[in-house]
Ligand binder design. Sequence first.
Ligand SMILES: [Zn+2]
Length: 114
Amino acid sequence: MDPTTRGRFQRRLEQMVSELTEAVEGKADATAPVQLDTAIGRLSRMDAIQSQQMALGLKTRQQQALLRARNALQAIASGTYGQCRRCKGPIALERLEVQPDAVVCVKCADQARR
Ligand SMILES: [Zn+2]
């Protein structure tokens, strides 16, 4: 991969990391335990629990995405970015365009899903 392309992916990944870090840290309030406050009725408490669950799910996905983006940045730093972690073959540029944090090629990702 040429340095210009790698630099472009690096900037995208850094952008992803900063956005995700902000999102994950900013979600603290939404994932706080629902207060069993008598001031809110039973239904709204269930709503509150449900939206807390959704916020937790989102937070988990964002944390995983953050981890992937950081891994990819590490790969850039160590010069292995764009190389599949499993088969060591190249990851298609089109795949990285869609998913800059991909660390395995399409073939290996398909196998991992099975
Ligand atoms: Zn592979």
